[in-house]
Design a binder for this molecule. Structure first.
Ligand code: UDP
Ligand code: MN
Length: 345
């Protein structure tokens, strides 16, 4: 979001002039059709086109768990959405109750994180080390690290019991915007090929952040969105949704401004989100447009059409640059300082 250069890139994929452009256009259409077909063919669960406001169901025991939340615990901040999804703040939940119930339910969590190019050296080690100290402690967790440099993923610490690391090689796109956006395709594929039926939940993270305190099982839910720290107190008119009607991410209204650095849910729901974003990103490419904030714009559109069942307050993803911390009782995870000149391609 605060990348100065995230604003003005309109992709000219396969753009050309005259004849070349026509061929490129035809090729692009074929690619899009193939993309759609492959997604439909790979998936037993077709891409679900829900109506706005629908929330998918969760196992009964876990739904009851959210009934234990104390919505009065934080009078100065909203703790519930208009569609009755909890917004998780410190003091609202009983951490032991959540942990105990999830252990009894044999909950397991897959976490995806991408460290492509210089992001590997700059952020991955600290991210994983801090996750080992704070992320879903007591539950089985498998980290899926996607990188173009698998041999360079070397940990100088041992993972805790029931915690695993899998390193998966991915291509390095030349533009950082594509590295960020194409995560959606990879996430969809890994869920389809490996995660579904093996993990209760999958959580997807940016790598340029560090856990500082408990980020525990209270954050798990059917479909989980992160409220962006910079916008949670601002009026809706200032939300930076994509306002270009030519983009599939276009929105003229919304509920919250969500941060794409963290999202999660059941495998089925995260796959639906990733498919939605990926297909819309590809359609935008065919139309020579790129959404204002790339994958984040598409994610905001998805969560507008498919309401998340749980929201995480900015305590779960805080930017230390923000001076007013009066609502923030605990910083569970913080943004790493942005070093775009150094790390971006
Ligand atoms: N990323 C990466 N290599 C890149 C660009 C992006 O690995 O060259 C991944 C990384 O996980 C990063 C995420 O994509 O955290 C999103 O990019 P970035 O954090 O730069 O976006 P911002 O949070 O600044 O909007
Ligand atoms: Mn980031």
């Amino acid at each position: 979001m605060f990348a100065w250069n995230r604003n003005n890139h309109f992709l000219r994929i396969m753009s050309g002039y005259g004849k070349g452009k026509k061929i490129a256009g035809t090729l692009s259409c074929v690619m899009l059709v193939l993309g759609f077909l492959s997604l439909y063919a790979r998936s037993r669960n077709d891409i679900v086109v829900d109506q706005p406001g629908t929330v998918r169901t969760t196992p009964v025991s876990i739904v009851n768990l959210d009934d234990s939340l104390n919505y009065q615990a934080r009078p100065n901040v909203p703790t519930r959405t208009t569609w009755n999804a909890p917004i998780m703040w410190e003091l609202m939940f009983d951490a032991n109750l959540y942990d105990r119930t999830h252990k009894e339910a044999n909950t397991s969590v897959a976490m995806t994180v991408f460290a492509v190019g210089r992001y590997l050296d700059a952020y991955l080690h600290k991210f994983l080390y801090s996750a080992e100290n704070h992320f879903m402690l007591g539950l089985p967790v498998t980290y899926y690290v996607f990188t173009d440099l698998p041999e360079q993923v070397i940990l100088n610490f041992t993972l805790g019991p029931q915690r695993n690391l899998k390193v998966v090689r991915v291509d390095r796109h030349s533009r950082w915007q594509d590295i960020s956006m194409m995560r959606m395709k990879t996430i969809s594929e890994i869920i389809e090929n490996e995660l579904q039926n093996r993990f209760s939940y999958v959580f997807c993270f940016d790598v340029d952040q560090e856990f500082k305190a408990r980020f525990g099982s209270e954050a798990l839910g059917d479909s989980v969105a992160m409220v962006h720290a910079h916008y949670y107190r601002l009026p809706k008119e200032s939300f930076t949704y994509d306002r270009n009607p030519k983009s599939k991410a276009y929105m003229d209204q919304g509920d919250y401004y969500y941060h794409a650095a963290i999202f999660g849910g059941t495998c089925e729901n995260v796959k639906a989100l990733a498919d939605f974003c990926y297909l819309n990103i590809m359609e935008d490419k065919l139309n020579n447009v790129e959404a204002l904030w790339h994958d984040e714009s598409h994610l905001n559109k998805y969560f507008w059409l498919h309401k998340p069942s749980k929201l995480l307050s900015p305590e779960y993803c805080w930017d230390l640059i923000i001076h007013d911390e009066s609502d923030i009782l605990i910083k569970r995870l913080v943004w790493a300082p942005k070093e775009y000149e150094k790390v971006r391609t």
